[in-house]
Design a protein around this ligand. Structure first.
Ligand SMILES: [Zn+2]
Length: 74
């Protein structure tokens, strides 16, 4: 499955509703984006996902950690 946020093919089904297949939750292994099947197409459809919030999976290792992790004090 294609991830709406990073467009990688790393998204998979995470969990299904316990009753009547009411919803499914998906998780992207590349960018950790999660979404429900019941959300609007602006969230679930990679072509309609807001371009301002897209992530290039290649840039993920270079993203800053917030808040920064301080050095260990001995
Ligand atoms: Zn992703």
């Amino acid at each position: 499955m294609i991830c709406p946020r990073c467009d990688s093919d790393a998204a998979e089904l995470l969990v299904k509703a316990p009753v009547e297949n009411a919803w499914e939750v998906y998780l992207c292994d590349a960018c950790n984006f999660t979404w429900r099947s019941t959300e609007s197409e602006e969230i679930t459809d990679p072509a309609r996902y807001d371009r301002r919030f897209k992530i290039d999976p290649l840039s993920i290792p270079d993203l800053p950690v917030i808040p920064p992790i301080p050095k260990l004090v001995k």
